[in-house]
Design a protein around this ligand. Structure first.
Ligand SMILES: Cc1cc2nc3c(=O)[nH]c(=O)nc-3n(C[C@H](O)[C@H](O)[C@H](O)COP(=O)(O)OP(=O)(O)OC[C@H]3O[C@@H](n4cnc5c(N)ncnc54)[C@H](O)[C@@H]3O)c2cc1C
Length: 299
C-alpha cells in the first residue's frame, strides 16, 4: 500500500497552502482534492494580497502549478470517502477504492452554505447575493441593497453594510424580531424594514432586479447580503472523532484537532472565513505538522 508522510484532504486554498509548506519541507505529501472551492460561484476573488480580482479557478491553478517543482508533493483530483486511524498512523480510502497510508492527516475540506429555500436565490449566489462586504462590498458600493435577516443578524448587517451604501432596505422575511432599541437605531439611519415574507428573487445572469413579497408587492434591488447557516462539507471530521464546536472543527494554536495526528485548516475551523485566513491556517498547520514529524523522528 502506498504510504505518505501527510495526506491533505481538500485542494482549496487551505489545502494547497499546507501542501506548499510540507513540500518545501521535503515531506512526502499527497493532496486529494475534488469539487469546487467555496467561492466558485463568484467571478472574481477580492481582498487577497497580490491577487485582488483573480478568478477562483485561476487562483487554485496557480496554487497547483507552484507545487510542480516540489517532487515531494503529489496532487490527485480524487474524493476521500473514508479515513481512520491505523497502527501508528491513518488509512485513507479514495472513491475509486484506492487505499493509502499516512503518518499524519490534514483536513481542509471546507464548509457548505445552506441558503434559505427561496426561489431564485441560488442563481444569484456569489454574483449579487453576497455574504461578505470585504469580498464584494467595493463592487456593490452605493447600489440599492437589500439586507436579509432578522433579529441580531439583520441588525448587524444594517450596521456593517452602511459602510458601503446609504440605500439599504432590511428584509426580515417574516417578523423582524428586533428589540425596540435596534429598531430605533435602524430607523434613525433611514433603513426601511420590510417584514413581509419573500416569495422569490427575480434577476438575470446572476444579477438581482426585484424581490417579490407574498402580497405581490415588489422591491427593486441590485444586490442582497445574507448570512447563510453553514455545515461541514465533509463527514470525515466526524468519522475521525474530531471535536466539533459550534459547527467548526476545534483546533489548538498549531492547527491540531482533538485527535492526535490530525490537523485542520481553512473555513472548516473558524467563522473568520477568507482566502487569506485559509492560506494562513494551511501554512500554519503544514509547519507544525512538519515539526511534529521531525520531533518524532529525532527522538
Ligand atoms: C460566494 C463566495 C465568494 C467568496 N469570495 C471571497 C473573496 O472574494 N475573498 C475572500 O478572501 N474570500 C472569499 N470567500 C471565502 C472563501 O471562498 C473561503 O474562505 C475559502 O474558499 C476557504 O478555503 P478552504 O480551502 O478552507 O475551503 P474550500 O475553498 O471550500 O475548499 C475545500 C475543498 O475541499 C474539497 N473537499 C471536500 N471534501 C473532500 C473530500 N472528502 N475529498 C477531497 N476533497 C474534498 C472541496 O470540494 C473543496 O474543493 C467567498 C465565499 C463565498 C461563499
Amino acid at each position: 500500500m502506498e504510504k505518505f508522510e501527510v495526506i491533505i484532504i481538500g485542494g482549496g486554498t487551505a489545502g494547497l497552502s499546507a501542501a506548499l509548506t510540507l513540500g518545501r519541507s521535503r515531506k512526502r505529501t499527497l493532496v486529494c482534492g475534488s469539487g469546487a472551492p467555496r467561492n466558485q460561484p463568484s467571478h472574481q476573488a477580492h481582498n487577497f494580497f497580490t491577487r485582488d480580482g483573480i478568478s477562483p479557478t485561476e487562483l487554485l491553478c496557480i496554487g497547483q502549478e507552484q507545487l510542480a517543482p516540489y517532487n515531494s508533493v503529489q496532487f490527485r483530483p480524487e474524493t476521500v470517502v473514508k479515513a481512520c486511524t491505523k497502527d501508528n498512523g491513518f488509512e485513507v480510502i479514495l472513491e475509486n477504492g484506492t487505499q493509502l497510508d499516512a503518518r499524519r492527516l490534514l483536513l481542509a475540506t471546507g464548509v457548505i452554505d445552506e441558503l434559505p429555500a427561496i426561489a431564485g436565490l441560488n442563481e444569484l449566489w456569489g454574483v449579487s447575493a453576497l455574504h461578505c462586504p470585504y469580498c464584494h462590498g467595493w463592487e456593490a458600493q452605493d447600489q440599492a441593497i437589500a439586507l436579509y435577516g432578522k433579529g441580531q443578524v439583520g441588525f448587524d448587517l444594517c450596521l456593517l453594510i452602511k459602510g458601503w451604501s446609504n440605500d439599504l432596505v432590511l428584509c426580515t422575511d417574516g417578523s423582524a424580531d428586533l428589540t425596540d432599541e435596534q429598531r430605533a437605531l435602524i430607523e434613525k439611519h433611514n433603513i426601511p424594514i420590510r417584514e413581509e415574507k419573500i416569495v422569490r428573487f427575480e434577476g438575470k445572469d446572476g444579477h438581482l432586479d426585484t424581490i417579490v413579497f407574498t402580497d405581490s408587492q415588489v422591491l427593486a434591488r441590485t444586490a442582497i447580503y445574507l448570512r447563510a447557516p453553514q455545515r461541514q462539507r465533509s463527514e470525515l471530521p466526524k468519522l475521525l472523532g474530531c471535536e466539533i464546536e459550534n459547527g467548526f472543527v476545534k483546533v489548538n494554536d498549531f492547527g491540531q484537532t482533538s485527535i492526535p495526528g490530525v490537523y485542520a485548516a481553512g473555513d472548516m475551523i473558524t467563522p473568520m472565513q477568507s482566502l487569506p485566513y485559509a492560506a494562513f491556517s494551511g501554512t500554519r498547520a503544514g509547519a507544525f505538522l512538519n515539526h511534529e514529524l521531525l520531533a518524532e523522528d529525532f527522538s
